[in-house]
Design a protein around this ligand. Structure first.
Ligand code: SF4
Length: 407
């Protein structure tokens, strides 16, 4: 995965919060839907209801997608429906992602505005090659993740709750994210490094403000969003790079603690709802590099999303619990790209492997060279109003009309 950041030291995690006593008089939990900028809050909900539980803890807020769960053994349980895990949280318990907690019978996010990373980067680093090429995306993340991939390169922030760490962070309100993005000259905000679905409330408040400031919104995601989360996010979401880790349930269950079908469905749903989608697969020796499985994956992409869907094949570097494995051989990456080409995929890129990197975009119809890249920068631009200069075929993507290359 290209979109990684360096580890920092940690201490005991704050998600091991002291238990909160169950309050039988707490307001019954209703599924809360976001009140967007310029809109009235949903009936019966004051906008302040989404505000801090305590002014001294601005990072703790009511979660948007919690609902009461009747458990006769554990009264006061709630269910989080932000992602396909649909965790049921007994009083004071924290969800699988480590950043949602049942406090007094209500579901809270523990990481609102608590940024562990915030920086402008080329959008090619997400990687997105067909969305505003050559522009910068202001990247932001909190800690936490709903997967626990054994090879995660950002484990120090994604798995902080499991590893007993508190990553360095700062409070950065949504308005602050947008201000810093504009000051950095970014054209989009990327919710990335960890799974943005688990900081949905923070992301959504930032997304609405980003749109108002003329910025686009990008998710780098594992594709485990629930339909309820997509309903909230998609109106403000312009593009997504989805990690397609494998196309089978066994890999997702053993390596990531998740399932394949919800990821498959989210990818199709995002595309069907008009979000620009690119896919990334990190090829791990012996785990997801079987040639037949790669062919099946490529066939699924071509059939479900179309042959002009960009697919990024990237080199695994030993990390976290798979530190003992070897990096992906160059030959495996080249072979995988060849298989994808045989299946008919038109935009296949090999990354994180300088000796065999393919970062050039060619015309899906005639093969003409259209966009050249080096080190995540656009170095050549041959599109004319978003089309191939030779055969006039329109390149699939968003924001391809203007050249970012100064000539
Ligand atoms: S976001 Fe997903 S993992 Fe986290 S509490 Fe909600 S359902 Fe569970």
């Amino acid at each position: 995965m290209d979109d990684d950041i360096s580890p920092t030291d940690g201490r005991e995690t704050f998600t091991k919060a002291p238990p909160v006593p169950f309050d039988p008089d707490a307001r019954p939990h209703q599924p809360v839907r976001a009140a967007m900028l310029g809109e009235e809050p949903p009936a019966g909900l004051r906008i302040d209801d989404l505000g801090p539980a305590d002014e001294s803890e601005p990072r703790i807020r009511l979660a948007l997608l919690g609902e009461r769960f009747d458990d006769p053994i554990a009264p006061g349980s709630v269910r989080c429906v932000a992602c396909a895990h649909r965790c049921v949280l007994r009083p004071s318990r924290v969800g699988l992602c480590g950043v949602h907690q049942n406090r007094g019978g209500l579901l809270y996010t523990l990481v609102y505005g608590q940024a562990v990373a915030s920086q402008a980067e080329p959008i090619e680093k997400k990687p997105l090659y067909h969305f505003l090429p050559g522009s910068d995306a202001f990247s932001v993340a909190t800690q936490g993740c709903n997967f626990h991939c054994s090879y995660c390169q950002n484990w120090h922030i994604s798995q902080a709750h499991r590893e007993g760490r508190v990553p360095e962070s700062r409070y950065l309100a949504p308005e602050g994210v947008v201000e810093e993005a504009v000051a950095a000259g970014a054209r989009s905000i990327a919710y990335t490094y960890t799974e943005p679905t688990v900081f949905l409330e923070y992301a959504l408040d930032t997304m609405t403000r980003a749109r108002a400031a003329g910025l686009r919104n990008v998710f780098v995601t594992n594709g485990y969003e629930s339909l309820e989360a997509l309903d909230l996010l998609v109106p403000y979401l312009d593009a997504a790079n989805v990690d397609l880790k494998a196309a089978n349930d066994d890999f997702y269950r053993r390596i990531c603690g998740a399932r394949w079908e919800p990821v498959r469905d989210t990818i199709v749903e995002l595309r069907g709802r008009g979000v620009w989608v690119e896919l990334t697969t990190l090829l791990i020796p012996g785990l997801n590099d079987d040639r037949d499985e790669l062919r099946a994956m490529a066939e699924w992409i071509a059939t479900a999303l179309g042959p002009e869907t960009p697919w990024h094949l990237t080199r695994f570097q030993p990390a976290y619990r798979l530190s003992g494995l070897e990096p992906t051989p160059a030959a495996t990456l080249v072979d995988a790209a060849r298989i994808a080409g045989e299946v008919g995929l038109r935009h296949v890129y090999v990354g994180n492997a300088p000796e065999v990197e393919t970062a050039t975009t060619s015309c899906a119809r005639c093969g003409e060279r259209l966009i050249g890249r080096a080190d995540f920068a656009v170095t050549e631009w041959r599109l004319v109003e978003g089309r191939c200069p030779r055969c006039k075929h329109a390149l699939a993507g968003v924001g391809l009309e203007d050249s970012p290359v100064v000539v």
